[in-house]
Design a protein around this ligand. Structure first.
Ligand SMILES: Cc1cc2nc3c(=O)[nH]c(=O)nc-3n(C[C@H](O)[C@H](O)[C@H](O)COP(=O)(O)O)c2cc1C
Length: 382
């Protein structure tokens, strides 16, 4: 048993203080207002909105506006912004602070999707150190008058031969970012293999700004272990909370020095599912809310005995009344499947032999003034 004592202080991002050093990882299609509220009802932390694009925001794209919705209880509005053009990013940061009252902006430079890296965006962009600096500086310049901290989230690099994270950390620091979050995988790895916590520790050594560690926190104990092993100022939790919003309860307890492992019986899980669906319907209307809810069903039921027919019906649910009827058929006393504890969930995928990049991308590592195409509807952020 480790004698490690978790840090008593919360997380400080420039002028922003968060009681628990835990951040909900932005996840496209998942971390909407309803999900953030659901997680916030469980624990304390910083709950980041789904990624929006700076072009989408600046050009007034309706889909982007629809994603910029906050729950009435969401006192700290935290948004992840994507952009590859310094001018657009600056304008977008200004809009977020001035019109949407956000309290935190996170810039995403970690997306591994070929459609994005092929243009030099996402996880490919930090290779262009000069361009990265320009983007960060513009965002910080726009947010600073509002006292809004800017952070960046990135991966280790394009692949093991083209690592960028240490330079990115230095550039983030020099640009005035309040922190840097590192997902301990390369773009080439996508979600496969294990997150490299040694790289996270190396970044902590390399910079003076707070580092947030990301990758493979499945249980609260993993979060403490990450802090102990790497010295990060906080942890960013993504897939571990899919179908398990109560993980934030365990995380808050763990950072308060208590050992809590919530093991809800199926009845409690069903109540959580109902709450999730209800919040989605409140925010999106019943038809869209139920549709959105469907993708969460298999995560909630992972490891439970519910049969194929039940899962199929829940996966087609179209009203809260229908959901209630189905949930009533689950055995509320069925205990939590403890073999699922610590097990990976959500996307894993396989590594890529080659990362899609623009022609000659690796030949120049500065890229200042370079134009990288960014589409307003870039919606996959991971
Ligand atoms: C469905 C899904 C969507 C994601 N979307 C985003 C995103 O929009 N922005 C981002 O920075 N990362 C995104 N990610 C990556 C996560 O934020 C996180 O970095 C990654 O899942 C590793 O953390 P984990 O091991 O805790 O899941 C996404 C991940 C998943 C599974």
């Amino acid at each position: 048993m480790s004698s490690f004592a978790p840090p008593a202080q919360g997380l400080t991002l420039g002028p922003l203080r968060v009681d628990t050093p835990v951040v909900l990882a932005p996840m496209a299609g998942i971390t909407n207002a309803a999900y953030r509220r659901l997680c916030a009802e469980q624990g304390a932390g910083l709950y980041v909105c789904e990624m929006i694009t700076s072009r989408g925001l600046v050009e007034g794209d309706q889909h982007t506006k629809d994603m910029l919705v906050f729950d009435e209880l969401e006192t700290i509005r935290s948004v992840q912004l994507y952009g590859s053009d310094p001018v657009y990013v600056g304008k977008a940061a200004e809009i977020l602070c001035g019109e949407y009252g956000v309290a935190h902006i996170d810039l995403n430079f970690g997306c591994p999707v070929p459609k994005v890296t092929r243009k030099g965006g996402g996880g490919a962009l930090p290779w262009k150190r000069g361009l990265l600096g320009e983007i960060l500086e513009r965002a910080v310049a726009a947010a600073t008058p509002y006292d809004v901290p800017v952070t960046m989230k990135t991966r280790k690099g394009i692949d093991e031969d083209h690592l960028t994270y240490l330079d990115a950390g230095r550039i983030a620091q020099e640009s005035g970012c309040a922190a840097i979050a590192l997902h301990g995988r390369t773009v080439a790895q996508a979600y496969s293999g294990a997150a490299d916590w040694d790289a996270i520790a190396a970044l902590v050594e390399h910079v003076d700004i707070p580092v947030l560690g990301n990758g493979d926190v499945w249980e609260a104990a993993d979060a403490l272990r990450m802090v102990e092993q790497t010295g990060v100022a906080g942890v960013v939790v993504g897939r571990g909370c899919l179908g398990r919003p109560w993980l934030f309860r365990d995380l808050a307890a763990a950072f308060a020095g208590e050992q809590v492992a919530t093991l809800p019986a199926l009845g409690e899980v069903a109540a959580m599912m109902r709450r999730h669906a209800e919040l989605l319907c409140q925010h999106l209307g019943e038809e869209r809310g139920c549709k959105e809810f469907r993708k969460h069903v298999s995560w909630y039921l992972k490891g439970f005995g519910a049969g194929g027919e039940m899962r199929r019906s829940l996966g087609l649910v179209d009203s809260l009344a229908a959901l209630d009827r189905l949930l009533a058929d689950l055995d509320p006393a069925e205990p939590f499947p403890v073999r699922e504890l610590g097990a990976p969930r959500g996307r894993q995928g396989s590594p890529r032999a080659r990362v899609a990049l623009p022609e000659g991308w690796l030949d120049d590592a500065d890229g200042r003034g370079r134009h990288v195409q960014e589409d307003a509807d870039e919606t996959t952020g991971g």
